[in-house]
Design a protein around this ligand. Structure first.
Ligand SMILES: Nc1nc2c(ncn2[C@@H]2O[C@H](COP(=O)(O)OP(=O)(O)OP(=O)(O)O)[C@@H](O)[C@H]2O)c(=O)[nH]1
Ligand SMILES: [Mg+2]
Length: 323
């Protein structure tokens, strides 16, 4: 059986097996004020200029977005003390229905670490009251690249201490990510992994991408959605992973900046950047009319691949996502 047929069969199988899903999945961002929650959300939307002039979030801000056809309801709980008190008084309104919690801690603000831990305990207390146990992803945030270089030992010590304290709460599903808005790759990787955990077809997408990468002899392939989230990827090694995840937001931003030029779309568009003797090839792929596009970033020694390979890959993706 050809590979394409094989994949198609798995797609059909998955469709039959797919359980009914709730209408939307609630993702809750919480943590102290100034931890960086809103900045993380904005960086995924490539609203970099807004991050510099952010003011504290007032109460709970909700946004709906689509991830692989699934509706995500994202809650950003402003962390100032008065709001925190209000949330704890009315857990049903704010914490109910949380499918995934992201708890953001500013690792640069040492004096407030114990306050951050104490509020973490308050949050899990609310989950307990509501009899839910969503996985909690702790973002050890503001873990900036510069800090990693200048204060590595001190930071590692702090992280170990922090994890020990959080582990002592005995909360079942706790995971950690080190993130920084100055390392977009760190945020994109974390958020993509988290959201993909909600998605039953993610393995199939991954397989399709790996096969495509092999076929076009690429060292790495990333497929990104319009929210900068990686829906699947293949990396030959860690270095390739780093090169691709670190550069995706810039390709997306550059691509955004061409959207409004008014230049008629009649060319086969792709961007190619040459660096380290390799080619970064960026291409927008529209799988369905009138819905948000996806983007492909490839790392290859030579800048060519056959149009047919890309088309059959896009068709498989279409099939997985929409049929
Ligand atoms: N150094 C550094 N600063 C960051 C990072 N992320 C956010 N900041 C800054 O941290 C400050 C607070 O960011 P916000 O995103 O407003 O924090 P928040 O958690 O939403 O705060 P509340 O809305 O009050 O709960 C801003 O000045 C950001 O520019 C980061 O990764 N590194
Ligand atoms: Mg905020």
């Amino acid at each position: 059986m050809t590979l394409e047929k094989n994949l198609k069969q798995s797609i059909l199988y998955l469709k039959k097996e797919e359980p009914l899903q709730p209408v939307s999945s609630k993702i809750l961002f919480t943590g102290l004020d100034d931890a960086g929650k809103t900045s993380i959300i904005l960086s995924l939307q490539r609203e970099f200029s807004k991050i510099a002039i952010l003011s504290p979030t007032r109460g709970a801000q909700r946004r709906m977005f689509d991830f692989l056809g699934k509706e995500i309801s994202e809650w950003d709980l402003g962390g100032q003390l008065a709001y925190r008190i209000a949330y704890l008084k009315n857990p049903g309104k704010y914490f109910e229905g949380t499918e995934i919690a992201i708890y953001v801690i500013d690792v640069q603000n040492k004096p407030r670490i114990s306050e951050a831990i104490s509020y973490f305990k308050d949050v899990i207390e609310q989950f307990k009251k509501l009899e839910i146990e969503p996985p909690i992803y702790v973002f050890l945030h503001k873990y900036d690249p510069a800090l990693r270089r200048s204060a590595q030992n001190e930071m590692e010590g702090l992280v170990i201490e922090l994890k020990d304290k959080l582990r002592a709460t005995n909360y079942k599903e706790l995971y950690y990510y080190e993130t920084s808005v100055y390392d977009f790759g760190s945020i994109i990787t974390a958020m993509s992994e988290i959201l993909l955990s909600l998605y039953p077809k993610s393995e199939l997408i991954e397989k399709t991408i790996v096969e495509f990468a092999k076929k076009v002899e690429s060292e790495g392939v990333v497929v990104i959605d319009d929210n900068s989230l990686i829906i699947g990827s293949y990396y030959r090694d860690d270095e390739t992973r780093h090169l691709l995840t670190a550069s995706t937001p810039y390709f997306l931003t550059l691509n955004d900046s061409f959207q409004y030029t008014g230049v008629e779309e009649r060319y086969e568009n792709r961007m190619i950047v040459q660096r380290f003797g390799k080619n970064f090839i960026f291409k927008q792929i529209t799988l369905k009319k009138d819905s948000a596009p996806y983007y492909l970033l490839l790392l290859k020694e030579d800048p060519v691949f056959h149009k047919e390979d890309l088309e059959s890959f896009a068709n498989l993706l279409k099939e997985i996502l929409y049929k």
